[in-house]
Write a protein that binds this ligand. Structure first.
Ligand SMILES: [Zn+2]
Length: 445
């Protein structure tokens, strides 16, 4: 599409150069889009054959990236209560999520991804860094997730959650699916879909499994996307089962560095944090609302010097809301971070997705992918380079998103999805959810 976005208030989340931390910015200007990328930025005139979209002086920002999530939980809203009330985090996993993931089949895997992707586009989220589990439907499951995302046109950096909690066959099938999808994406990703290597958490992965994950990461020059110290049970069970502290175990497998995307890190102790900060290339994902919902505590994001990216951990894909809550929690929890640090967490998610998808996301820069969110946000108070985070965290919201483009294609126009009939899809998804919940109710913890 030959397109000129005119009269925009360009809100940058990442003006940081390579090796420097992200920093936000603001500038009035226009963007010229060609072949799915941003070709020019500045004060631009219409060229022949070009369609002009007038942004009316409203805020335009790069497509947002959900830095850690589980699309398989997109059909969980209002689902049947667990057989008893969970007493702790391990209970929540056993009684809720490890039953839901076992209930998934091909139809519900794809429907979950589609439902999550539709929600995301309305919120200006254009890329998922997803962590998938469907133990009764492993082979090809990442294609099912990809199919759901592709239907509405959003990007995905996907992985299958390898674990030993479903026995050896489950582990072997999870590794096979990981390797299959890594191979597929290496051949034909086109920047839209890519693969990481998923692991559940140290406490459900035996030595052979951890070694296999690390081996895949090295051979495919990728990274393991792993839950780490989300709850104290990870450290306690790792120590009792494998006789080694959690971070030592990661290090022993060569994972404490660029081969790891560490989700949560809620219960990293002072020494762990020091070692994490010294680990070159290590990155982590923070999920404020999920941590609050599971009552697992507050991740030490103020002490981490490695890039921290923001994710929803399955609580939708509204990164405005997640960022706002991350800010409130940082104030309440005394993290000592700045509003710009919260925006940097959004930018860091885009940096991770960029690295593994092989394209530039999260920037309104020449050469970057044209993943662009047009809003109707016309600030009622002065908005300038110095107070971007103040507007982002206290005023900008998903309700302001009107039009969203991914790779230069409009995927949301005037609040409506362009690729699918959303009402019809929702009706079909509701039928799939009903069947999913029926299966769920028959699954014992
Ligand atoms: Zn998670």
């Amino acid at each position: 599409m030959n397109l000129l976005l005119k009269n925009a208030l360009l809100l940058d989340l990442d003006l940081g150069g390579e090796g420097s931390p992200p920093k936000p910015g603001l500038e009035a200007g226009d963007l010229r889009i060609r072949d799915g990328k941003i070709k020019e930025r500045g004060s631009l005139e219409k060229e022949p054959g070009e369609t002009v979209h007038d942004c009316g002086g409203a805020v335009v920002l790069p497509g947002l990236v959900n830095g850690h999530t589980h699309l398989y939980s997109a059909l969980a809203a209002g689902m049947p209560a667990p057989p008893r009330t969970p007493r702790n985090f391990h209970d929540i996993l056993k009684l809720v999520w490890w039953r839901l993931d076992r209930a998934h089949d091909e139809a519900s895997n794809t429907a979950s991804a589609l439902a999550g992707a539709m929600d995301a586009l309305h919120c200006g989220t254009t890329t998922f860094i997803d962590h998938h589990a469907s133990p009764e439907c492993i082979d090809g499951s990442l294609d099912m997730i990809e199919a759901g995302l592709a239907k509405v046109g959003v990007r995905g950096l996907l992985c299958y959650e390898v674990t030993d909690r479903n026995g050896r066959d489950g582990r072997v099938a999870g590794l096979a699916e990981s390797e299959r999808y890594l191979g597929k994406c290496a051949k034909s990703s086109g920047g839209k879909y890519g693969a990481l290597i998923g692991g559940h958490a140290s406490f459900t992965l035996d030595e052979e499994s951890m070694a296999a994950l690390a081996d895949l990461a090295v051979r495919h020059k990728s990274a393991v996307h792993l839950h780490v110290a989300e709850d104290p049970c990870d450290e306690v069970l790792t120590l009792s089962k494998y006789d080694v502290p959690l971070v030592d175990r990661l290090e022993r497998h060569g994972l404490l560095g660029e081969r790891l995307l560490l989700a949560h890190g809620t219960h990293l102790n002072a020494s762990d944090i020091q070692r994490a900060n010294a680990a070159k290339g290590l990155r982590s994902a923070h999920n404020t609302r999920s941590n609050m919902n599971n009552a697992v505590g507050y991740a030490p994001i103020g002490k981490l010097k490695i890039p921290v990216q923001l994710g929803t951990d399955g609580i939708g894909a509204d990164m405005f809301e997640e960022a706002r809550t991350a800010w409130f929690k940082s104030c309440d929890g005394g993290a000592g971070i700045s509003p710009d640090d919260v925006l940097a967490m959004l930018a860091n998610a885009a940096r991770t997705a960029s690295k593994f998808l092989g394209v530039t996301l999260g920037r309104l820069a020449v050469g970057a992918e044209a993943d662009i969110v047009v809003t109707k946000y016309i600030p009622s108070t002065p908005l300038h380079e110095g107070n971007v985070a103040g507007h982002f965290l206290f005023a900008l919201a998903a309700r302001h998103v009107t039009d969203v483009m991914v790779a230069g294609e409009w995927r949301l126009r005037d609040g409506a999805l362009t690729s699918v009939d959303e009402v019809r899809e929702r009706q079909e998804i509701a039928k799939v959810s009903k069947a999913l919940w029926q299966r769920l109710e028959g699954i014992k913890p």
